[in-house]
Design a protein around this ligand. Structure first.
Ligand code: AMP
Ligand code: MG
Length: 514
């Protein structure tokens, strides 16, 4: 908002967006209307400029007490229609039954020039779906979700967004006593695979169909133009999920809890908990300390995504099952075959996106012989990075600086390897490839620096911001957010944010406790 219109407390607090019912129009079986539970003496931790802009807000708005009271859940404005939705899901490969928004409360759906944004509070108190938990979120995990949502958006990875964090000193018990916070999240919709699984598990085909129609009509209208819109929805969700996970792999992001209730039907990264970015490359890195089996290890993410899509397919199946068929067994087999067909493109799409990302990271053009030609170079590289535990982000960034002619500019990347000869051997093959395509160093470098981030949310960076915030110093959250909002830009004043993690970082553990 322009300076001369800066809000003063005497002016009414006006939201710059209209609202529409959206998800609320679906009907009572999808949610429970309720009010957030107030928190005492709330204070602003931070507001994200880019997310605020999506709603038409300048960050000044957060100086208003009304903003703080609304986005901690103490005031329910007349534009809000707060509700918690019900869903189910598979957790760690096992059917978990009913889950639902246990601590998330949707306030409203804003309609903006860029489309609908559901506005949701996370940590705003008990809901009918809280089960044995307290409906709260701690400051620590709220800062992590807030920073990573916005960092991922800046990296170009599909994600839900985070508008603000409002804190309160109200104690919350986790392993220790911590303080509360509410993150306001934005997403076109928060519908998860688990929403479909819920109605399928209850054999409520009418609601299942209604939910699928809602997603198609609002977010995937092209599916409606196909002979089998529900199969097209499954196919679209598969493709988006393939794109998403290929992008995760490329930036070195581990989600940590890829349960089906944490999978967005729109293929967005959702529910930031025990996530992590790779520091030293370990293909089998497990970022979630609670994941003792490594089900959600970095290398497992593509397979797990595909497994989750099978759960979604299973849930949607009644929508194309011919219930009037005389031979019900044959009808079921036909429905399963159709589901398989709709899921099938996942593999090819994942593979092509994977190669596209990594070719971009390597600054290479597509080879005449197709993706297969890139395989040996990439396989050799992953093996090398894994064996040498090379820092993933620094590797790609420094790789951009080498010369395609000879090893004279190799030092920044070569020094990341303990076994320099192993680097030299791989680099020789890479240089041969660069020379074969007559790569121009300057333009290749620029292209590589535009896709290989300098700044990612390493655990220790988040931890440093969290420790300061616990002492009521929120400046580090703000500074880190600003750095991560321009991940591909050189920011000389922020050089330390791009450095190798300090020794103490190896002792950091993140778990499902949030
Ligand atoms: P998550 O693993 O964070 O995605 O959570 C799994 C389920 O537990 C979801 O239904 C959450 O809403 C619920 N949940 C997690 N933490 C809490 C909490 N502190 N209070 C209420 N429900 C929670
Ligand atoms: Mg969740």
């Amino acid at each position: 908002m322009p300076d001369n219109q800066t809000d003063t407390p005497s002016q009414p607090f006006i939201v710059p967006f209209a609202t529409e019912p959206g998800f609320a129009a679906l009907g009572a079986q999808f949610y429970t209307r309720l009010r957030p539970t107030p928190l005492p003496s709330p204070y602003l931790v931070d507001i994200a400029p880019a997310a605020a802009a999506l709603l038409g807000w300048d960050t000044d708005v957060a100086t208003r007490q009304e903003f703080i009271e609304t986005f901690v859940g103490n005031a329910v404005p007349d534009w809000a229609d707060p509700l918690a939705s019900v869903y189910s899901g598979h957790q760690f490969g096992v059917w978990a039954g009913q889950l639902g928004d246990g601590r998330a409360i949707r306030l409203a759906q804003a309609s903006t020039p860029a489309g609908p944004w559901e506005i949701q509070l996370k940590g705003a108190g008990l809901t009918p779906y809280s089960r044995m938990a307290d409906g709260r979120a701690v400051l620590r995990s709220s800062i992590r979700e807030y920073l990573c949502s916005e960092a991922m958006a800046a990296l170009g990875v599909p994600t839900t967004r985070a508008l603000s964090i409002v804190g309160s000193d109200a104690p919350v018990r986790r392993e220790t006593i911590e303080t509360s916070a509410v993150v306001t999240r934005l997403s076109p919709t928060f519908i998860r695979f688990g929403h479909f699984e819920h109605f399928a598990a209850h054999d409520d085909v009418a609601s299942l169909r209604q939910l699928a129609d809602f997603v198609i009509d609002n977010f995937m209208p092209a599916c409606r133009e196909t002979p089998q819109p529900y199969l097209a929805l499954l196919r679209e969700a598969s493709l988006r999920t393939a794109d998403l996970v290929a992008h995760w792999q490329a930036v070195g992001f581990c989600h940590g809890v890829m349960n089906t209730d944490n999978m967005s039907i729109l293929g967005l990264t959702i529910d930031y908990g025990p996530f992590g970015f790779l520091d030293a490359f370990d293909a089998n890195h497990i970022c979630n300390h609670s994941d003792t089996q490594g089900r959600y290890a970095y290398s497992q993410q593509p397979q797990v995504a595909f497994w989750n899509l099978h759960c979604l397919a299973q849930a949607l199946l009644p929508l194309w099952l011919d219930r009037n068929a005389t031979d019900s067994e044959a009808a079921r087999e036909a429905a399963v075959a159709s589901a398989r067909e709709a899921l099938d493109p996942f593999r090819d799409r994942y593979a092509s996106e994977f190669f596209r990302h990594y070719r971009g990271k390597l600054g290479l053009h597509a080879p005449a012989g197709g993706d297969k030609e890139d395989e040996p170079l990439l396989t050799g590289l992953f093996q090398l990075l894994h064996e040498q535990r090379v820092d993933y982000t620094l590797f790609w960034r420094n790789l951009a600086r080498i010369s395609s002619a000879d090893g004279s500019q190799d030092a920044p990347v070569r020094d990341l390897f303990l076994d320099r000869a192993a680097w030299d051997a791989w680099a020789a093959g890479y240089r041969t490839r660069l020379q074969a395509e007559q790569s121009d160093d300057a333009s290749r470098r620029a292209a590589m620096l535009a896709v290989n981030p300098k700044y990612v949310l390493r655990n220790h960076l988040a931890e440093t911001a969290i420790r300061a915030a616990r002492e009521k110093d929120f400046s580090e959250v703000q500074r880190l957010l600003a750095v991560l909002s321009r991940p591909f830009d050189e920011q000389p004043e922020a050089e330390s944010y791009a450095a190798l993690p300090p020794d103490w970082a190896s002792g950091l553990e993140v778990s499902c406790s949030s």
